[in-house]
Design a binder for this molecule. Structure first.
Ligand SMILES: CC(C)(COP(=O)(O)OP(=O)(O)OC[C@H]1O[C@@H](n2cnc3c(N)ncnc32)[C@H](O)[C@@H]1OP(=O)(O)O)[C@@H](O)C(=O)NCCC(=O)NCCS
Length: 160
């Protein structure tokens, strides 16, 4: 399994995977491929046996704050470590952008009933921001999570 930067040729994959895993939350099969084409949005693709099996999309709002917009793995490839690999890739890229001296952070929203995703984020050191709640277009309540990244560390976290 390996992670690489996304490219325009990956948008069909992003659309098809979004249709499979995000349909209940809203029309993400339309919006995510469009967002992937924006210059401020970065995409990572995880592949296994030269096949795409997942993607992550994020923005770096300032060197000190990144937003994870989406992360998804093909259902038949879930529970094999691809989600963690993508998250590690996002965090490494965000750290690179912040530079050696810069402390930075990643923020995300997750549906309150999305236990597999919450478990992944918790295991990777993300903490809940209970005051930041919202709703998906599909009506599901969401909650924000956040992780501080220290410069020059790999996955090391500090409590908010
Ligand atoms: C959330 C999501 C991206 C996680 O991806 P994933 O590839 O399944 O994540 P991982 O494999 O890294 O971790 C998931 C579990 O697999 C386990 N796992 C990882 N590698 C493993 C292996 N080699 N063998 C067995 N289990 C393994 C992990 O320990 C973890 O278990 P836990 O949650 O009980 O601790 C995936 O479930 C998904 O695409 N969901 C639908 C889209 C979605 O909801 N996205 C999040 C929106 S915020």
């Amino acid at each position: 399994m390996h992670v690489r930067r996304g490219a325009a040729r990956d948008r069909t994959f992003i659309r098809e995977l979004s249709a499979r895993v995000f349909a209940r939350f809203g029309d993400y099969e339309t919006t995510l491929p469009v967002m992937a084409g924006r210059p401020e949005v970065y995409t990572l693709i995880v592949e296994a046996d030269r096949q795409r099996i997942g993607f992550a999309m994020y923005t770096i709002e300032t060197p000190a704050a990144a937003d994870l917009l989406a992360i998804a793995v093909l259902p038949e490839w879930q529970f094999h470590g691809a989600g963690k690999l993508l998250l590690d890739g996002v965090e490494a890229a965000v750290r690179d952008c912040a530079g050696e001296a810069g402390e930075t952070s990643v923020r995300l929203s997750v549906a309150q009933d999305n236990i597999p995703a919450q478990r992944l984020f918790e295991r990777c050191g993300y903490r809940y921001l209970p005051e930041e709640q919202g709703f998906y277009p599909g009506g599901q309540p969401s909650i924000a999570m956040w992780k501080r990244l220290l410069p020059g560390t790999s996955g090391k976290t500090v409590r908010p």
